[in-house]
Design a protein around this ligand. Structure first.
Ligand code: FAD
Length: 476
């Protein structure tokens, strides 16, 4: 191990995922010297093992399902997908797991990259241990920003090491479709990966601990997605937990809590995420290793003048777009504080990452797609709002009928009866993912319902579901 003299920067960012990259871009653009430390690939989980490859796997599956709803086209797409071609396209979207493009982007932005494991070493100090053991010390005049993301969380189960289970990494980067796959977990990753691999030729069994899929969303979401997955051939078992796993002659055997044996070629655990904070030197600044880093609305740790935590690692909303939003807020806050400018004078609102609590949009790329923003009815009630849910089926929308025969979909808006605004909106249906931003505008913009009435959706699009929702609200 060799030590070098400390190199001083204004800002040091730990982790070059989408969030770390964006923080660095913001602070650099504000004229602050900025270093980024990355232990794997610049671009992070999102670029190589999450958003990009997963959506590349899903897009042909969803497009095929859409095409099969159209007489005249359905016949032409009757056969199976060309899985090797889908995987090859996926490889391109994962940049063949090389980060040259993103490294050039960082260079262009004027950010210095240090490769290695970054760790805090006391206040405003970070060490970088490179793969050859060399240790570089960086100091930060204004801020250290932790953007180290999350990794898959595996349950403690007898036999787990022996089966070499898939996590989201293997599920998004696999070189071929397994003949059969057990997916454990009915959240977003479980539902999406069950959709993808069933569509790409695997026989999927989906084990869901609760009563339904996507249990945090409106109840009809999980019901519609489960119905469609079942029709596609997925064997869904609800109220089922895995008690143990083993590999017998190459085959994975999962034993459920009621003693049933389920066999498959591979098993994917999509059972949540853990913060990557166990080996980043938190103990050197009196913080508990392995914990989520709770922050204020400027993404700074309470009681710290210099330590920020942005993106997945703070546990607020584990989504790339939310992390990048936080990065914009944090970058502006760091820059304003460095310049001694009051935060409220910062024109783009450096002082409040409010959209994290209020209007988080999410699309689940299943068939049907799910688009949701803000609070579900249950969440709004739990938060103490006086609300009413308004539901409509897409059956009454001409754009939906044109989109595909036997279009099945549903929408709900959660109306705050005291403030006359929306607390949340959910759409489920083929192609419905693209509706999410209209919902985010309405919820984040706190548009009063009588103004929404004048926001005219074009005919004949799926967006006309807004009109049906507003009519249903007015007439009841
Ligand atoms: C299968 C799957 C699909 C997803 N799909 C979507 C989607 O479609 N849309 C969406 O919005 N979100 C999606 N997400 C969530 C999304 O991937 C994350 O929200 C996003 O990657 C978070 O970005 P981040 O920069 O905070 O962390 P990460 O992307 O995890 O990046 C953190 C970086 O920090 C590095 N690092 C960690 N520790 C250290 C250290 N000590 N020193 C140096 N470097 C370190 C890591 O190597 C990594 O590069 C998906 C997640 C999964 C698992």
């Amino acid at each position: 191990m060799t030590e070098t003299e400390a190199i001083a920067y204004d800002v040091v960012v730990l982790g070059a995922g989408p969030v770390g990259e964006n923080v660095a871009d913001r602070t650099r653009a504000a004229g602050l010297s900025t270093a980024v430390v990355e232990s794997e690939l610049v671009g992070g989980e999102c670029s190589y093992w999450a958003c990009m490859p997963s959506k590349a796997l899903l897009r042909p599956v969803i497009a095929q399902a859409d095409a099969r709803r159209l007489p005249g086209l359905a016949e032409a797409v009757r056969g199976p997908l060309d899985t090797p071609a889908v995987l090859a396209r996926r490889d391109g979207f994962a940049s063949h797991w090389k980060d040259d493009g993103q490294v050039s982007w960082l260079e262009g932005a004027g950010v210095d990259l240090y490769r290695g494991q970054g760790r805090l070493a006391g206040p405003r100090t970070v060490t970088v241990t490179a793969s050859d053991g060399t240790v570089t010390t960086l100091t930060a005049r204004h801020a250290v920003v932790v953007a180290t993301g999350t990794r898959a969380k595996l349950p403690e189960l007898p036999g787990l090491d022996e089966v070499e289970p898939w996590t989201s990494r293997e599920a998004t980067s696999a070189r071929q479709a397994p003949g059969s796959l057990i997916v454990v977990g009915g959240g977003v990753v479980g539902a999406e990966m069950a959709t993808a691999w069933q569509g790409l030729g695997s026989r999927v069994t989906l084990l869901v601990r609760g009563e339904r899929l996507l249990g945090r969303m409106e109840p009809f979401v999980g019901e519609l997605v489960a119905k469609s997955l079942t029709e596609a051939g997925v064997d869904i078992r609800t109220n089922t937990s895995v008690a143990s796993v083993a590999r017998e002659n190459g085959t994975v055997v999962a034993v459920t809590d009621d003693g049933e044996r389920i066999e498959a070629d591979e098993i994917l655990f999509a059972t949540g995420r853990a913060p990557q904070t166990d080996d980043i030197g938190l103990d050197t600044v009196d913080l508990e290793p392995g914990t989520w880093l709770e922050v204020d609305d400027t993404l700074r740790l309470p009681d710290s003048a210099w330590l920020y935590a942005v993106g997945d690692v703070n546990g607020r909303a584990l989504l790339t777009h939310q992390g990048k939003y936080q990065a914009r807020i944090a970058g502006a806050a760091v820059a304003a504080r460095a310049a001694g400018v009051p935060l409220q004078d910062e024109p783009w609102g450096a002082h409040a990452a409010t959209a994290d609590h209020y209007a988080v949009p999410q699309v689940v790329f299943t068939d049907p797609e799910v688009a949701a923003v803000g609070l579900s009815l249950a969440e709004a009630e739990d938060a103490g709002h006086r609300v009413r849910a308004v539901d409509v089926d897409f059956g009454s929308v001409a754009g939906a009928s044109l989109y595909g025969d036997d279009y099945t979909g549903r929408a709900r808006m959660v109306v705050d009866l005291e403030e006359d605004i929306l607390r949340g909106v959910t759409f489920v249906g083929p192609g419905a993912g693209e509706l999410v931003h209209s919902g985010t505008m309405a919820v984040a913009g706190r548009i009063p319902l009588d103004r929404l009435w004048h926001v005219v959706p074009p005919f004949p699009t799926l967006g006309e579901v807004w009109l049906r929702l507003l009519e249903a609200y007015r007439d009841n």
